[in-house]
Design a protein around this ligand. Structure first.
Ligand SMILES: *[C@@H]1O[C@H](CO)[C@@H](O)[C@H](O)[C@H]1NC(C)=O
Ligand SMILES: *[C@@H]1O[C@H](CO)[C@@H](O)[C@H](O)[C@H]1NC(C)=O
Ligand SMILES: *[C@@H]1O[C@H](CO)[C@@H](O)[C@H](O)[C@H]1NC(C)=O
Ligand SMILES: *[C@@H]1O[C@H](CO)[C@@H](O)[C@H](O)[C@H]1NC(C)=O
Ligand SMILES: *[C@@H]1O[C@H](CO)[C@@H](O)[C@H](O)[C@H]1NC(C)=O
Ligand SMILES: *[C@@H]1O[C@H](CO)[C@@H](O)[C@H](O)[C@H]1NC(C)=O
Ligand SMILES: *[C@@H]1O[C@H](CO)[C@@H](O)[C@H](O)[C@H]1NC(C)=O
Ligand SMILES: *[C@@H]1O[C@H](CO)[C@@H](O)[C@H](O)[C@H]1NC(C)=O
Length: 253
């Protein structure tokens, strides 16, 4: 009878921990899912019909001698405001389709150009390298578009930009959606981006430098993990203290 009673606290305690941890884990993972889903749901109700996330393209620029000197992988969405054929100002989101987009460009010592052409759309990226500091960035973006619903062809460009900052020989990476403002009528949304405009010396991207958006994203699981292990520790200690007390209780009987 007594050994039976003595054994009882152990399975009850373990069950308690398992149930508590499972519950906490469940509620916390749900919280993580909810917070990561927020940017997508908040972006959806914006003005016109969203075309959905763009497909990710793989674009290369080759040197005169045939070696790849710029590599980019990204999904691209244009956010353009223009006057349409009905003389109305409209804002449209247009995805680039990788299988219909042709990359061209050039690579110099301190400037690299990537031009993407899809039908009546032309998008030019200019990257600049500071040879002294060995840092590069996207310094200008230019769009020209002659879509059927436009009253007149559109040219939009921005120079002196400071986006996609990386280090020579490394790639810049941003998995999260980024909104690059270019001018009042044009911004570029990038998805799942990895680019290296300088210092490619093999077929592979150099070590990736991640954007802050991605780092913030990784911080959440780390915090949850730390909180969870802290809670497990507290529960274990509480259990051990409880067992010690009940053990002392048996001895007095
Ligand atoms: C190709 O040309 C670049 C300079 O334009 C040079 O750095 C590179 O070594 C050349 N590669 C080959 C395989 O010749
Ligand atoms: C498109 O641009 C407009 C004006 O710049 C902005 O208000 C809107 O949030 C942008 N939408 C997306 C999905 O980027
Ligand atoms: C377009 O609208 C503006 C004012 O909203 C008007 O002044 C202009 O004449 C219109 N143009 C055409 C071609 O209808
Ligand atoms: C491009 O890809 C889309 C979907 O991925 C497909 O529907 C379309 O037929 C493709 N177009 C061409 C020209 O390959
Ligand atoms: C390049 O970087 C160096 C060191 O950070 C800086 O002093 C210089 O002004 C930069 N040059 C350009 C053209 O931005
Ligand atoms: C728009 O850009 C195209 C090509 O870049 C150029 O030929 C055209 O002259 C430009 N139009 C205007 C109005 O600037
Ligand atoms: C934006 O578009 C409007 C109407 O087409 C035009 O009047 C304005 O100059 C454009 N703004 C810029 C910065 O290009
Ligand atoms: C781009 O270049 C890389 C490295 O040479 C190669 O693996 C990849 O297939 C190329 N992609 C395209 C779309 O040409």
């Amino acid at each position: 009878m007594i050994p039976h009673i003595r054994k009882q606290p152990l399975p009850t305690g373990i069950t308690f921990i398992v149930v508590l941890v499972a519950t906490l884990h469940h509620s916390m993972t749900q919280e993580v899912a909810a917070t990561t889903a927020v940017p997508q749901t908040s972006a959806a109700p914006a003005t016109p019909a969203s075309p959905g996330n763009p497909e990710r393209g793989h674009y290369n620029v080759t040197n005169g001698n045939g070696t790849v000197c710029l590599m980019a992988r990204m999904g691209l969405q244009l956010n353009v405001t223009f006057i349409n054929t009905e003389n109305k100002t409209v804002q449209e989101l247009v995805n680039l389709h990788p299988n219909q987009t042709k990359p061209t460009g050039s690579c110099d010592k301190d400037t690299a150009i990537l031009t993407l052409t899809e039908d009546k759309t032309n998008l030019i990226f200019s990257f600049s390298l500071n040879v002294t500091s060995k840092k590069y960035h996207l310094s200008s973006l230019a769009l020209s578009a002659a879509w059927p619903d436009m009253a007149a062809p559109l040219n939009a460009s921005g120079s002196g930009l400071d986006y996609l900052r990386g280090t020579l020989g490394r790639s810049y990476m941003c998995r999260e959606e980024q909104n690059l403002m270019v001018d009042a009528n044009f911004s570029l949304n990038t998805y799942q981006l990895q680019v290296q405009p300088f210092g490619l010396n093999s077929d592979q991207f150099g070590e990736a430098e991640e954007c802050e958006l991605d780092e913030d994203d990784m911080l959440i699981p780390i915090i949850v993990g730390a909180a969870l292990s802290g809670l497990v520790l507290i529960v274990l200690m509480a259990y051990l203290i409880g067992r010690k007390r009940s053990h002392a209780g048996y001895q007095t009987i």
